[in-house]
Design a protein around this ligand. Sequence first.
Ligand SMILES: [Zn+2]
Length: 149
Amino acid sequence: MTKTRVPAIEGWFTDDEQHPALLGTRCTACGSYFFPRETYFCKNPDCLGREFDEVELSRTGTVWSFTNNCFEPPPPYMSPDPFVPYTIAAVTLATEQMVVLGQVVPGVELADLHAGMEVELVLDTLYEDDDHEYLVWKWQPITNAGEAV
Ligand SMILES: [Zn+2]
């Protein structure tokens, strides 16, 4: 039986599995981007903005920092049971220059990552039950053809 693939959390990313994008908001007054979305008031201390446009954020970015997570994270992350340690990266988005945390796709170890490495957003299974695979965004290194990885 094929399991239905559904977002683990609603409204945080598009469901285009070929070209997924995180969904954030942008202050109409100062242009600041927010992810997770900000909808009440702008967090820019110099801005009184209270209106926001929903925007699709850059699908690519560069690794700013990374670590591995050996502890079960807090919500909204759900974890497979039993918990499996994974690699997590803080990625600076290409256009917005904001940092977004995410898991790195399975199979990529700490030694495979370096600061400044280009990554792209993919959707991958976070956990599953009998009927569904629950998807979340993960960072996947971009490997240029011919370049040693
Ligand atoms: Zn603002």
